[in-house]
Design a binder for this molecule. Sequence first.
Ligand code: FMN
Length: 212
Amino acid sequence: MKRIERPTPVNEEIKLNPMRTIMSKTDAKGIIEYANDYFMEISGYKEWELMGQPHNVIRHPDMPKSIFKILWDRINQGMPTYALVKNLAKDGRYYWVIAYFIPVSKEGKIINHYAKRKAIPDEIKDEITSLYNMLLELEKTGGMEAAEAYFLSYLEEQKMSYDEFIFDTMRLSEKELKKYMDAQITDESLGLDMSAEEAIKNSVKKKRRFFW
Ligand SMILES: Cc1cc2nc3c(=O)[nH]c(=O)nc-3n(C[C@H](O)[C@H](O)[C@H](O)COP(=O)(O)O)c2cc1C
């Protein structure tokens, strides 16, 4: 299969509808087997371009390799994992997501990975950009091991697990984040003018239903 040529990044963001979910499925090695309509709409790739490609077709050069190393170490052990990811669309623009990766095993062997992704608030993009820039710099000077070691020692210093780092950055509990990841509305146009902050607030609010 011919590898898709990487676009040149342009510094322009694609705004996501925070009520929609970008989904994909890969084989155990990260080769794309499925992408939903919103994936194709946002990335700009057609289904036939994506199928059979390694998932790094949408890897943005601003993403530290050490973050993907941590991701793969975890999902290869069968651990569902969140990550904050800047992705590269076909036209070179970028879009930020919180992604949840779910490994699927059969008879003790991982056979697929699923990923679902949603929009994140701008404030969080700025925060995570500072951390990622630091990791990128370390990768340039000391290699990926140096960047990974820095990140892991940062977590240790903060007395945080990787998961807690994600919840802390998103300012949500695990349960709240799960609610946001699962939130959907039937009328998609409703989410168009909504910020990710508003969508998060709406989805974590407990819905009270009264039956008379
Ligand atoms: C189910 C699944 C979804 C993925 N989604 C993304 C994604 O949206 N963006 C991305 O850059 N990498 C994604 N990856 C990770 C890529 O496979 C890859 O590790 C990453 O882009 C870094 O590229 P590299 O491995 O060539 O360094 C995903 C992996 C899996 C298993």
